[in-house]
Design a protein around this ligand. Structure first.
Ligand SMILES: Nc1ncnc2c1ncn2[C@@H]1O[C@H](COP(=O)(O)OP(=O)(O)OP(=O)(O)O)[C@@H](O)[C@H]1O
Ligand SMILES: [Mg+2]
Length: 423
């Protein structure tokens, strides 16, 4: 066997390109690392006693290199064609082998059939994994090849599958941290499976883990700006939101921006879900479970409610009103309301005008409406009013009526007190 040289150094940020699937970039990488295995080399696993013939290189990433290989000899477990991943580093290999066992048999996780070290002639060790081979390659390469977005129903179903694996990790306090379109694989019948558990981390509490290695293609922007010190389950959710947006768009070469969500070719409900995944960090779904719930439940309805007075209400406006906003705000204050610029946990009344055509994620999902829905999910009570209802409560006559009602109530209270004093 030829001696080999381990990859020089794992960079802090991995390359954002589909480098590993494109010959030019592969050559550039290889100039640095060299081939770790050479077709038609045969390697043997002391673990399963199987042999694998290396057929061709599939690509190279932060972990090492991946090769297409044929299993030699007989096995009832290992298929004839496998992907051999090989690395000079033990840490990622250990994790991938461990998660292979943990997720063994999960229909949405790339299977790990074999894990073994290979001694090089010069005393160095190569760490190998025999993985389930995804015929259609990774999602980025697949979308690049086909150039078409997936129908929404397929995208939802497949992402729900990936979320099953992620949910299992999250329940065990583990964070994947590398849900890039290069680590999601397209298998038979366009089934998506999650692969590459090389940088999964355990968190000792829900505070998250320090973010080290990450791929800038789908790393949340807060991390690229250096603002969020710890990776949390909601950051995995961000990455799944990116995958969802990329799938319906049919392009995984660049990250989905929040400004393009309203133009994605899908329902408003899905746009809203993508927005909640990749928008402001503190408003994201907090775990795979929350995202699964959002995908499987119909969109929240925004029905208008009933209110008798604005007195003491904490009120915010959204949408296009017939009268000017400052005028409406003055009327609300006159009627005894406290006006908020945007909804917060203290807001209990929201006046909704006509939808703005440029709303972030569709007709029922401007930023403020999405926040109302989120707050309601957390248990806050918020009454929604339309503009007519608002003016009925805030018009001058209504204010006069409220004032005289308040005065008569006060008068009544004084009379009762006087009566009590005289008896
Ligand atoms: N099980 C698999 N089936 C088919 N192709 C695979 C499989 N595993 C990896 N590949 C391909 O091999 C190449 C290298 O994969 P690898 O996971 O090492 O790197 P990467 O995903 O590009 O980068 P990263 O280190 O960020 O995960 C990729 O192009 C990937 O699509
Ligand atoms: Mg990978």
């Amino acid at each position: 066997m030829r001696s080999w040289r381990a990859a020089d150094r794992i960079p802090f940020m991995k390359s954002t390109t589909a480098a590993t699937t494109h010959p030019m970039s592969t050559r550039t990488h290889l100039a640095r690392t060299g081939y770790l295995l050479r077709p038609p080399q045969v390697i043997a696993s002391p673990e399963t006693r199987l042999e694998y013939r290396i057929d061709r290189m599939l690509g190279e990433g932060g972990f090492g290199q991946a090769y297409l290989a044929t299993r030699l000899g007989r096995s009832r477990v290992v298929p004839t064609i496998v992907c051999i991943k090989v690395s000079g580093r033990i840490d990622g290999w250990l994790r991938e082998a461990y998660f292979g066992q943990l997720l063994d048999g999960h229909p949405r996780a790339i299977r790990v059939f074999d894990a073994f070290p290979l001694m090089g002639g010069d005393g160095h060790v190569l760490y190998c994994l025999a993985l389930e081979y995804a015929r259609q390659g990774d999602l980025q390469a697949f979308l690049h090849r086909t150039g078409k977005g997936w129908p929404e129903s397929t995208a939802r179903r497949e992402i729900a599958g990936i979320l099953q694996v992620l949910g299992k990790l999250h329940r065990g306090q583990m964070l994947h941290r590398d849900l890039t379109p290069m680590n999601v694989f397209v298998c038979e019948r366009r089934n998506l499976k999650l692969g590459d558990f090389g940088i999964v981390r355990h968190q000792s509490d829900r505070g998250g883990t320090r973010a080290g290695t990450m791929n800038p293609l789908t790393a949340p922007s807060e991390f690229l700006a250096g603002a969020a010190p710890k990776w949390q389950a909601r950051d995995d959710v961000y990455q799944v939101g990116q995958l969802l947006g990329m799938l319906v768009k049919g392009d995984a070469r660049a990250r989905i921006r929040t400004s393009e969500i309203r133009r994605l070719p899908c329902s408003d409900h899905l746009k809203e879900i993508v927005y909640r995944c990749i928008g402001e960090r503190r408003k994201r779904y907090e775990s795979a479970h929350e995202l699964i719930e959002a995908l499987s439940n119909p969109p929240a309805l925004l029905r208008v409610g009933v209110l008798r007075t604005l007195e003491g209400a904490h009120l915010a406006f959204t949408g296009i009103l017939n009268r000017r906003r400052p005028e409406a705000a003055r009327a609300a204050r006159r009627a005894g309301a406290i006006v908020h610029r945007s909804p917060s946990a203290r807001t209990n009344v929201v006046v909704r005008g006509r939808p703005n055509p440029l709303q972030a994620a569709g007709r029922d999902a401007g930023l403020k409406l999405m926040e109302i829905k989120r707050l309601r999910e957390k248990g806050h009570r918020i009454t929604l009013l339309n503009e007519t209802q608002f003016w009925r409560l805030a018009g001058r006559d209504a204010v006069k009526r409220t004032a005289s009602r308040a005065a008569s109530t006060r008068g009544g209270e004084i009379a009762v007190r006087k009566n009590k004093e005289s008896t």
